[in-house]
Design a protein around this ligand. Structure first.
Ligand code: BG6
Length: 293
């Protein structure tokens, strides 16, 4: 197969961690620590081909998050076949020994009919020597007609957890959020941390750049760091919505939580020639190492 006929690219780091990226969706479907433990949730019922996005891993929501506009839910980037970018322009150089792959997505004629904006979307997926997973998105307006465009965005990360009742999310305390389960009404978070007792689907606004997902049973903490992405979506479908999803097992909601670095409330606007960068950095550490700082 030629490089651009591959289904997926596997990144391996010398100490044993690894990641897999499907060209379909520019979609990270696996991230394993140095012991080979999977850190991302992918449904047993996931389908790894068009037309639907892969259920799990890190779908990319672009150029629209959810139904905030006229496009299909979460935009089209997550169900297009990306190509390997063999000649990326200079990126800020990653740490030495970082394994990485560069992908690119440009709109087809068909895409331009549904979203009439020419763009180049470059995605770098990198695995640091310590096993951290880093995604960098660079989106450029290449419109020749002089028109700006606006988009909303999310890295729709599905974290694999031991049990949803053992998990809490820290870093979103006291923030305002839009509740997707209540017509996107605005509320202020009152809890010390987010815990899960039923379906939850919220867009937290203007969050700190660091969020922690603490899995008590597994004694593992995921640390999410983000750049250029002010908002954060927290989602668990719970039992009823799980049953309604054909590519998701009825009980799988217990083993996943989505915490999504996003730009939703204030869409990003790019003039022709302008570029936006959105970064996601994920680490998984033993909870005893995590100080919360
Ligand atoms: C979340 C949304 O980001 O994605 C939810 O907040 C939505 O409302 C979920 O149900 C899954 O979306 P999809 O299109 O992948 O089923």
């Amino acid at each position: 197969k030629g490089v651009n006929d591959l289904d997926k690219v596997v990144l391996r780091e010398v100490r044993g961690s690894s990641a897999e990226v499907y060209l379909y969706g520019g979609h990270v479907t696996s991230w394993k620590d140095e012991h080979g433990d999977e850190l991302l949730f992918v449904s047993n019922k996931a389908i790894f081909k068009p037309p639907k996005a892969i259920r799990g891993g890190i779908p990319i929501c672009f150029p629209q998050f959810s139904n905030f506009g006229n496009l299909e839910q979460h935009g089209f980037a997550r169900n297009r076949v990306w190509t390997i970018d063999t000649d990326p322009p200079p990126f800020p150089v990653p740490t030495t020994n970082t394994a990485y792959i560069d992908l690119i997505l440009k709109p087809t004629e068909e895409d331009l009919k549904i979203w009439p904006h020419s763009f180049e979307y470059r995605l770098r997926v990198a695995l640091s020597p310590g096993g951290d997973l880093m995604l960098t998105s660079r989106i450029r307006n290449t419109n020749a007609d002089g028109k700006p465009f606006s988009f909303t965005f999310a890295y729709h990360t599905y974290f694999k957890i031991s049990d949803i009742s053992e998990v809490r999310v820290e870093g979103l305390e006291t923030l305002d959020y839009l509740d997707n389960l209540q017509d996107r009404a605005r509320f202020t978070e009152q809890g010390d941390a987010i815990v899960f007792e039923s379906e939850l689907d919220r867009i937290y606004l203007g969050t700190p750049s660091k969020i922690a997902i603490i899995d008590h049973e597994k004694k593992r903490t995921f640390v999410v760091r983000k750049g250029g992405l002010p908002d954060a979506v927290v989602w668990n479908p719970w039992d009823k919505k799980a049953k309604a999803m054909s590519d998701f097992g009825d009980d799988e909601y217990k083993r996943m939580v989505c915490v999504e670095a996003a730009a939703i409330e204030k869409p990003v606007t790019l003039k022709p020639g302008e570029e936006w960068t959105g970064k996601l950095e994920l680490s998984a550490v033993p909870s005893s190492y995590y100080s919360g700082q």
